[in-house]
Design a protein around this ligand. Structure first.
Ligand code: GLC
Length: 418
């Protein structure tokens, strides 16, 4: 009798324990060392909280991730508690996520107000900032020095320098050398790159913050035609299939003079296995003639699914991963930009990740994609835009013709309002 009572009590105790310790799952795309770094932080969270967390790994492309998440969320998937979300998704996925306003009240003020704003839809805090993103022009210091060139401030200078160094290196026996690599595949990444070419040439932001379709203009066409001229000359023809990791692959094996990429490539480029370790630096992207450098605003956030059965534990996890401690560790380990402005003054970050420390103003002045004005239709807007850019790069019609067709498509999509 006593024995069974004790057994029941023990069972009861362990049952209570089991009910408190949640088994969570977080879904995230795999780029660079992101998943490895996330696992390390989850291990620390598991230790501190008693919960366990599984990672569901997604492909690298944000476009592929978005498609999968939209399917899962519309099917009410209960298997994923926390989603790592792109900065552009908040208006489209808002209805599927928990409002984090109350849960994050005491910590949200640590983060950049502009990013928090981008994750707030009709007063609902849809996701918390994990890290910010704003691209750089990576350049080979050694090669610029060898040929007596300076870091290009305009796209025309970049084109010329890339061409000259590429040709001379090839003539000297380095047949694999390319002038410039970027993201030319037909996906969200091309929207970022093409927006930068256009905005920095005075061609606007595709759709203005007020919701007006502005993309069909001569400055925008000029920028796209310029990029078309790079394909097969300073950039390999294969750039039409490159996303971030493919560009980094070429760059990190030492086969490009310039690369457009996000800050994560800084840390990896300086890794022990990198052929360009210590040979490169990063600067703001060039501008068009008479234009101003434009960096597309990127970044990732964490959202809690409204279908999660462990919302409280999921919120605890989000708080842990977005905290100053975790963001500092992430910046040191992967050169991801903190969304917490105070961390840009951190002595360790300044010493170990100089790009991060330098990049505060670049991300603060970055050019947003038109996800706010186009609301739930952003994905289609972006898809039509990157398709027009992709066709132009591939030589299927010139930029003016493709932008004219794009404007008509966007007008149909908009109808009377977004
Ligand atoms: C980076 C950015 C993200 C963007 C993506 C495009 O991951 O952080 O905002 O959508 O690149 O490939």
């Amino acid at each position: 009798m006593l024995k069974s009572l004790i057994a029941a009590l023990v069972a009861g105790v362990s049952l209570v324990g089991a009910a408190q310790a949640a088994e969570l799952s977080i879904v995230a795309g795999s780029i660079g060392k992101d998943i490895e770094e996330l696992r390390g932080q989850l291990d620390a969270f598991e230790k501190a909280s008693g919960h366990t967390v599984k990672i569901v790994t997604m492909p690298a492309s944000t476009t592929d991730q978005f498609g999968q998440y939209r399917l899962w969320l519309s099917a009410g998937n209960e298997d994923v508690d926390v989603y790592r979300t792109d900065v552009i998704w908040a208006p489209q996925l808002a209805a599927n996520f928990v409002d984090l306003t109350d849960a994050m009240r005491d910590v949200v003020g640590q983060h950049s107000p502009a990013i928090v704003q981008s994750q707030t839809v009709d007063g609902k805090l849809v996701a918390m900032p994990l890290y910010a993103d704003a691209p750089a022009l990576y350049y080979r210091k050694d090669l610029l020095e060898k040929y007596g060139k300076s870091v290009p401030g305009t796209w025309a200078e970049l084109t010329e320098t890339a061409r000259e160094i590429q040709d001379k290196e090839r003539a000297a026996g380095n047949a694999q050398m390319n002038g410039f690599v970027f993201q030319g595949a037909a996906y969200e990444g091309l929207t970022c790159d093409a927006l930068e070419w256009i905005a920095s040439n005075g061609g606007g932001q595709i759709v203005s913050p007020e919701g007006e379709i502005t993309v069909n203009n001569p400055k925008a066409a000029e920028a796209l035609d310029m990029a078309r001229g790079w394909v097969g000359t300073i950039a390999p023809a294969g750039v039409l299939g490159y996303m971030e990791e493919e560009s980094r692959g070429v760059w990190q094996t030492g086969n490009a003079v310039f690369m457009r990429n996000w800050p994560y490539a800084y840390n990896l480029g300086n890794g022990a296995d990198s052929a360009v370790k210590g040979k490169f630096d990063a600067a703001p992207l060039p501008a068009g003639a008479g234009g101003v450098s434009a960096a597309c605003l990127g970044g990732w956030n964490l959202a809690v699914s409204q279908f999660s059965r462990n919302k409280d534990a999921a919120i605890e996890l989000v708080k842990f991963l977005v905290s100053p401690e975790s963001q500092k560790q992430r910046a040191l380990g992967t050169s991801r930009l903190p969304s917490i402005p105070a961390l840009y003054d951190d002595a360790d970050i300044k010493a170990q990740q100089p790009l991060v420390a330098k990049w505060k103003s670049v991300f603060e002045n970055a050019t947003p994609r038109p996800s706010a004005p186009t609301k739930a239709k952003y994905n289609e807007v972006s898809q039509q835009f990157w398709t027009a850019a992709s066709k132009t790069l591939a030589g299927q019609g010139d930029a003016a013709t493709n932008l004219d067709a794009l404007e008509k498509q966007l007008r149909r999509l908009k109808r009377s309002d977004w």
